[in-house]
Ligand binder design. Structure first.
Ligand code: NDP
Length: 313
């Protein structure tokens, strides 16, 4: 049965007029079987209407199978926003990468296509290591693919403000979102304010502090957001889970959030996060947990054979 609660969650409006649910579903590290089940259940029974994936998550196929099932059950294609991402080594053949994602997802168009990392294609084995196109050429190609009807909206991810401003200066089709790491340990206050002024929605990845401990710099490995006493106390006071308190704080700050879970049992908890409010002082106390602690350190990729990404901050 199609879930009628879908429309009751808040939506944000992108700068091209598209409405996007304030709460989406992240899928990084969701394994194949879990991923299909969780995506299907999220959409059919829990009101989720935004699914976030990427080529490198290697789960576009199970997500595509889940989408087919939910459409067959009566959910309208136009009501679901599917996000996927261009991996940096695919910048040499963007249309090819996009068409591969479309095929795996079993879709005719991608709703939101993001440039996953804003770095050129590097090839350290050769004398001239920069092989990929500069971002203005990448952007022009993405605009062409929007014109061709294969993508509805384009955006960026892990994009530093100077690069975003540069894209903004020449883009015929503006980036609608910047998907960046954001949680109470990494609040990025000035950056969020800047995005608001520009009209670019900030999508908070790792909104619960993530589970990717192996990617963290050593000095941050002991931080455990969901065990923070201030959050535990607020959860007890409001009769919510700690995760719900954190996600509610994200909404208060105006972020779109994409918490990941591979557990069907957590889907309801992670979306029922907008129907209560903390006091201003309590929200500020959560922001006060900030340590500028960035867990997703691209430098770690250098040791994982995923091509070499320069670490910039
Ligand atoms: P999250 O902050 O969403 O945390 C996910 C972890 O929290 C998982 O271990 C999950 O476990 C657990 N969890 C989920 N819900 C709860 C809850 N209510 N209470 C306690 N624990 C919970 O981290 P992610 O790193 O997954 O980020 C979210 C999404 O953002 C990704 O899945 C991906 O779609 C996107 N992303 C984008 C990046 C980019 O470069 N653009 C980089 C990283 C992420 P379990 O699954 O067992 O429930």
């Amino acid at each position: 049965m199609v879930d009628s609660t879908a429309t009751s969650q808040p939506y944000l409006t992108l700068n091209n007029g598209t409405k996007i649910p304030a709460i989406g579903l992240g899928t990084y590290l969701a394994t194949e079987g879990d991923c299909k089940t969780v995506v299907r259940e999220a959409i059919l029974n829990h009101g989720y209407r935004n699914i976030d994936t990427a080529k490198v998550y290697e789960n576009e196929e199970p997500i595509g199978e889940a989408l087919q099932e939910v459409f067959a059950a009566g959910i309208k294609r136009e009501d679901v926003i599917v996000t996927t991402k261009l991996w940096h080594s695919d910048k040499l053949d963007i249309e090819g990468a996009l068409r591969t994602s479309l095929k795996k997802l079993q879709l005719d168009y991608i709703d939101l296509y993001l440039v996953h990392w804003m770095v050129p294609v590097m090839d350290w084995e050769n004398e001239n290591p920069i092989r990929g196109p500069p971002i203005h050429k990448v952007w022009a190609e993405l605009e062409r693919l929007v014109d061709a009807g294969l993508i509805k909206s384009i955006g960026v991810s892990n994009c530093a403000i100077p690069i975003l401003v540069d894209i903004w200066s020449y883009a015929r089709i503006k980036p609608v979102v910047n998907q960046v790491e954001l949680h109470p340990y990494f609040v990025q206050k000035d950056s969020v304010e800047f995005h608001k002024k520009l009209g670019v929605v900030v999508q908070a990845y790792a909104p619960l502090g993530s589970s990717t401990w192996s990617l963290r710099p050593d000095k941050l490995k002991d931080l455990n957001l969901l065990a923070e006493p201030v959050l535990v106390a607020l959860a007890a006071k409001y009769g919510k889970s700690v995760g719900q308190i954190v996600l509610n704080w994200h909404l208060w700050r105006g972020h779109q959030v994409i918490p990941k879970t591979a557990k069907v049992a957590r889907l309801a908890e992670n979306i029922q996060v907008w129907d209560f409010k903390l006091t201003e002082e309590e929200y500020e106390s959560i922001s006060g947990l900030n340590q500028d602690a960035r867990f997703f350190n691209p430098k770690a990729f250098e040791f994982s054979g995923w091509n070499h990404l320069p670490y910039f901050e």
